[in-house]
Design a protein around this ligand. Structure first.
Ligand SMILES: Cc1ncc(COP(=O)(O)O)c(C=O)c1O
Length: 306
């Protein structure tokens, strides 16, 4: 149960049930919190966090983009995250770092103070009732009428709670129409990403994904591109027209919680045989890497053992 997990809050470790935020805080009222989500799992050497350095760096970049001050340096934040995992018995799951402003406020401007920090460890299914997905189970998706936030409106590379209104409306629309996930296009009508997922297409054996610029810089996206190249799959990052969704042999979402999430239907189009061979190959490869069984990728894993 989530309430029983141990949470890092401002340098102390407390029960999750005590990690609460005042309703009138700036972060509740204006969505001014930043966060990052990581994953950890079992390896032969004990539990390890996937690409901890990259996630911490992205968290710090989120803060920088929004002129927020983080009270810990990268190495201190990495250690606090490892210690939070150590203090919990969960063997595999997710970690969320949150930077927030707890003080009551009515102002639009955030308080000119450093962020407060909390770190949670959880199992999305057990703790929050997320739908469990069997290995290789496909999901359905729908091209949303809501376009991906444009980088000329807000710094979209920041993982800020307020930016997620975009994904919320898109995913809600998809759900109301009977689909699991949303695919958002950018303002030019090119494929961008899901609400909280990067997207990949496979066409004639090539792996295609939108370039960064109009999308979040997904760490799974970057990892999959590197992993694919390592096993000889040709990759392309660039502008992808919406029509490719009707043409692609395989489509999958990518993100920390479900590194490779096959799409079995987009709108009216069923993708026969999903997950296809490239999706399956990459899914297996990502599992090998995350569990420490792939030589050459050890520097992506950060052991929590002392
Ligand atoms: C908008 C968006 N795109 C893509 C992703 C996938 O990023 P990552 O692979 O770093 O989890 C996320 C993750 O939360 C996201 O919020």
């Amino acid at each position: 149960m989530f309430e029983n997990r141990t949470v890092y809050l401002e340098g102390a470790f407390i029960p999750a049930s005590e990690a609460v935020l005042p309703i009138m805080s700036h972060s509740v009222g204006r969505g001014s919190s930043i966060f990052d989500v990581l994953s950890f799992g079992r390896t032969k050497e004990g539990r390890a966090i996937f690409r901890l350095d990259e996630h911490v760096a992205r968290f710090l970049r989120s803060a920088l983009a929004l002129e927020m001050a983080v009270p810990l340096a990268a190495a201190e934040l990495q250690e606090a995250i490892k210690e939070t995992v150590r203090r919990n018995t969960l063997q595999a799951g997710a970690i969320k770092i949150v930077g927030f402003y707890p003080d009551p406020s009515f102002s639009l401007l955030p308080p000119g103070k450093p962020l407060h920090l909390a770190i949670f460890v959880f199992d999305p299914v057990e703790d929050f009732g997320e739908r469990p997905l069997a290995e290789n189970e496909g999901v359905t998706a729908f091209v949303s009428r809501w376009r991906r936030l444009d980088p000329r409106t807000v710094p979209i590379e920041a993982k800020a709670a307020a930016n997620y209104l975009n994904g919320i409306v898109a995913r809600t629309e998809a759900k109301n129409l009977g689909f699991d996930y949303a695919i958002m296009l950018d303002l030019e009508g090119n494929i961008a990403e899901g609400g909280t997922e990067s997207i990949f297409l496979v066409r004639q054996g090539r792996l295609l994904t939108p370039n960064i610029g109009n999308i979040l810089q997904g760490i799974t996206r970057k990892s999959i591109l590197a992993a694919a190249e390592g096993i000889g799959i040709e990759t392309f990052s660039g502008s992808l027209k919406e029509e490719l969704l009707g043409d692609a042999d395989e489509i999958f979402f990518a993100g920390t919680i479900h590194p490779v999430l096959p799409v079995s239907r987009v709108g009216n189009r069923t993708l026969p045989g999903a997950p296809g061979p490239v999706t399956q190959q990459l899914s297996a490869r990502m599992q090998e890497i995350a569990s420490g069984r792939a030589p050459g990728f050890q520097n992506w894993l950060f052991s929590v053992c002392k």
